[in-house]
Design a protein around this ligand. Structure first.
Ligand SMILES: Cc1ncc(COP(=O)(O)O)c(C=O)c1O
Length: 290
C-alpha cells in the first residue's frame, strides 16, 4: 500500500515522512484544536462551517489562526486532489513548538498545521435499518466542551465505556440533564416534537446538529433546542445521534432497554431521508460549502 499524502505546515508529504517535535504543545499538553469534514465524491459537506467552527475553537484557546477560511478551503481542495471518493478530512492545529515545556502560553511561535484524509466510514445499512445500542454515563468532562480540542481524554474514556459492552455510543448526563455523547450530539423525540440540548459550553455545537435543524425547518418537523432532563431521554419515543460521520442514526436501545418500540421511528426515517436528499443535491452540485 502506498503511503497517503498529508499536509504538514504548508507542504504536501507522504504521511510517513511527517515528523513532529516531542516539544510540540499538541504532544505535551494536548494544546490544539481540530476538525473533521465529511467529503462525498469531492464535495465537502459544510466545509465553510467547519472552518468557521475551527476559528471559534482557536479564539477560545487564544491561538492565532494561520489561515483564512478561504485559504483553508483551498488547502483542503489541494489535499483532496490526492484522495478521490468519500473521505474524512482531519485538520489539526496545535500551538506549535516552544523552546521548553512551560504551561504558560508561549509567544512568537508558529502553530503546527496537520491535515490528512482517510476513507469516510458512513453508517452501515444494518445500523440505519435497525438502529444502534447506547449506554449512559455521567458527563465527567470539563466545562469547555464547546471547544473542539485535541485534549480528548474525557471523550475517549467515555467512549470506551460503551465499547467495553459492544455499544455504539456513550450518552452523557450532567446534573440530571442530557449533554451529548462521546463523539456525537443527541436528539430526543416525544409526541412528534424533537428536542436537543441548547447551544452552550457543555456540548460541542455539531455542524450536523445545525444541518438537522435546517432540514427539520425545511421539512416542517418541529425541533426545539432546550435543556433535556434525563427523564425525558429515558421516556423518549425516539433518540438519535448526529455527527459528521454518523450523519443521523437512531438509538434503539439505551442501557439495554428498548427506546420506544425498539425500532427506528418515523421521525428518524424522515430526517434520514432529508439528509440523504441533501447529500444527493450536494454531490450533484459538486459544491464545497453547501
Ligand atoms: C463531542 C462531540 N459532540 C458532537 C459532535 C458532532 O459534531 P459534528 O456534527 O460537527 O461532527 C462530535 C463530532 O466529532 C463530537 O466529538
Amino acid at each position: 500500500m502506498t503511503t497517503p499524502i498529508a499536509h504538514f505546515n504548508g507542504q504536501l508529504l507522504p504521511l510517513d515522512k511527517i515528523h513532529i517535535s516531542p516539544l510540540d504543545r499538541g504532544f505535551i499538553f494536548g494544546d490544539g484544536v481540530y476538525e473533521v469534514i465529511p467529503v462525498y465524491e469531492g464535495a465537502m459537506l459544510r466545509g465553510r462551517e467547519h472552518f468557521e467552527r475551527l476559528q471559534r475553537s482557536m479564539d477560545e484557546i487564544r491561538l492565532a489562526n494561520p489561515h483564512t477560511v478561504e485559504e483553508w478551503l483551498g488547502l483542503t481542495q489541494e489535499l483532496l486532489a490526492h484522495h478521490p471518493g468519500n473521505q474524512s478530512v482531519y485538520i489539526q492545529v496545535t500551538r506549535g513548538v516552544p523552546p521548553t515545556r512551560d504551561h504558560v502560553l508561549p509567544t512568537g511561535i508558529t502553530p503546527t498545521v496537520f491535515m490528512m484524509c482517510y476513507a469516510l466510514r458512513s453508517p452501515s445499512k444494518e445500523a440505519i435499518d435497525n438502529g444502534v445500542a447506547c449506554i449512559t454515563a455521567r458527563d465527567f468532562r470539563w466545562e469547555k466542551c464547546n471547544i473542539k480540542s485535541t485534549s480528548l481524554l474525557g471523550n475517549v474514556l467515555a467512549r470506551q465505556l460503551s465499547a467495553d459492552v459492544g455499544a455504539t455510543e456513550t450518552i452523557l448526563l450532567r446534573d440530571g440533564m442530557l449533554t451529548e455523547a462521546s463523539a456525537s450530539n443527541v436528539f430526543v423525540v416525544k409526541a412528534g416534537v424533537v428536542a436537543a440540548p441548547p447551544r452552550d459550553n457543555l456540548i460541542l455545537m455539531g455542524i450536523t446538529y445545525d444541518l438537522l435543524v435546517q432540514l427539520a425547518n425545511e421539512g416542517a418537523v418541529r425541533l426545539e433546542s432546550r435543556p433535556v432532563p434525563e427523564a425525558e431521554l429515558r421516556s423518549a419515543d425516539e433518540v438519535w445521534l448526529s455527527s459528521s460521520t454518523k450523519e443521523v442514526l437512531a438509538v434503539t436501545t439505551l442501557d439495554g432497554k428498548p427506546v420506544g418500540n425498539g425500532k427506528p421511528g418515523p421521525l428518524f426515517k424522515r430526517m434520514h431521508a432529508l439528509f440523504q436528499e441533501h447529500k444527493a443535491r450536494l454531490r450533484a452540485r459538486g459544491t464545497i460549502a453547501a
